[in-house]
Design a protein around this ligand. Structure first.
Ligand code: ZN
Ligand code: ZN
Length: 385
């Protein structure tokens, strides 16, 4: 543990020379390593990681379904406390040493055209190549993922202060709730009177439903597939959902029309993973002029039931969504803090670094039980609760 590691300085300084990190070296191969903590600098920051949320990307990197540039320290939904912060970062994000922050995994140079116009995920010097929790060790800094006791933050990091009263494990929900707000409301411009259908009842799906409800949607339906989704479908009513449907035993279009007096969906949000049939369902469910947000990846070219001509006949708009936006994370943390929806009590599995492999396998559907609705890594085992 950290206390046994050599430390810089004397007296009261506890600055570590290295920090324990879980390194993905290849499919299903995780190694605990001590990685060097960079020297203090005027423009960077050192974060003591408290918790890191996991999502589909993580278990797909782990299993090899998603190509990973290894070796790397995964973890891109990170919450921690600033142990050091340079004046520039501190000023830009309004933070100081001791503050709890959420880390946006994308970095932003702040000056290129995409950064200047707010689409920093397309930054010409960053993008996925340098994203925290997704970049390999040979992209500086090495300590750039949340599956570690410390995370180095470069000068062009984006930080979001966590409101008081939200504990670090709950705060990792900034990412899935932010995704729900962006995918369920911002991108499809969901508004009062809309019928909204969310495909996929995971935490992002439930968040999209709650966000649509907040935006004034008149009717919200969520779909799942089979037995393992039943606990999530049962929880959906607490997240503003009017109707939860298991597509394994009910026709979602018929169910929607029966419940809405014959309407179809103004907005369909697809947050499914590995579900090739979802696109066809989304197109079937959509009303004329409907908007379909595609946020789930299917890892397949198969699209059973998808009739491309229906996009023409219904004049549908298909919107691809990759990730979230830093301003949305603030709204996500505010919605979490409001407790209008029981985000803090969703079924959750929390594991230390040593338990990551088992947890990721369970998330990938390879475990005994159903995948947890929300999964979090707490790097310091003594901070597990
Ligand atoms: Zn994620
Ligand atoms: Zn840029």
């Amino acid at each position: 543990m950290t206390g046994l590691q050599p430390e810089h300085g004397t007296g009261t300084s506890t600055r570590p020379l290295s920090s324990r990190a879980l390194v993905l070296t290849g499919p299903r191969s995780l190694e605990m390593r001590d990685l060097p903590v960079p020297e203090p600098s005027d423009d960077g920051a050192l974060l003591r990681v408290e918790a890191c949320g996991l999502c589909g990307t993580d278990h797909e990197l782990f299993t090899g379904h998603l190509p990973a540039r290894t070796p790397m320290v995964p973890g891109h939904e990170t919450i921690g406390v600033l142990e050091e912060v340079g004046p520039e970062l501190a000023g830009r994000w309004g933070v100081t040493v001791g503050d709890r922050v959420a880390v946006e995994c994308f970095r932003s140079c702040g000056t290129c055209d995409p950064c200047a116009t707010g689409t920093y995920r397309r930054c010409t010097s960053h993008g996925l190549r340098t994203a925290y929790g997704l970049s390999p060790l040979d992209v500086e800094p090495e300590l750039s993922g949340g599956w570690a006791e410390h995370h180095w933050l470069a000068a062009d990091s984006m930080l979001i202060p966590v409101p008081d009263g939200i504990d670090p494990v709950d705060a990792t929900l900034f990412n899935p709730i932010g995704a729900g707000i962006r995918w369920g409301v911002d991108l499809p411009a969901t508004g009062p009177g809309d019928v909204v259908v969310v495909l996929g009842p995971g935490i992002r799906g439930l968040a999209a439903a709650a966000a649509a409800r907040e935006a004034g949607a008149e009717f919200v339906m969520v779909t799942g597939l089979g037995e393992r989704d039943h606990p999530r479908l049962a929880a959906a009513a607490d997240f503003g959902v009017d109707l939860a449907v298991d597509v394994a035993d009910a026709d979602p279009v018929a169910a929607l029309r029966a419940a809405t007096g014959g309407r179809r969906a103004d907005v369909v949000v697809d947050v499914t993973a590995n579900a090739p049939a979802a696109l066809g369902q989304a197109v079937d469910l959509a009303a004329i002029g409907g908007r379909i947000v595609l946020a789930g990846t299917r890892n397949s070219t198969d699209t059973p039931g998808f009739v491309p001509d229906m996009i023409v006949f219904k004049e549908l708009t298909l919107i691809g969504a990759l990730g979230v936006d830093a301003p949305v994370y603030r709204r996500a943390l505010d919605l979490l803090a409001s407790d209008r929806y029981p985000f803090r009590s969703v079924p959750r599995t929390v594991a230390p670094l040593s338990g990551a492999a088992d947890l990721l396998a369970t998330m990938a559907g390879e475990g005994e039980g159903p995948p947890p609705v929300h999964a979090v890594i707490v790097p310091r085992a003594d901070e597990l609760r």
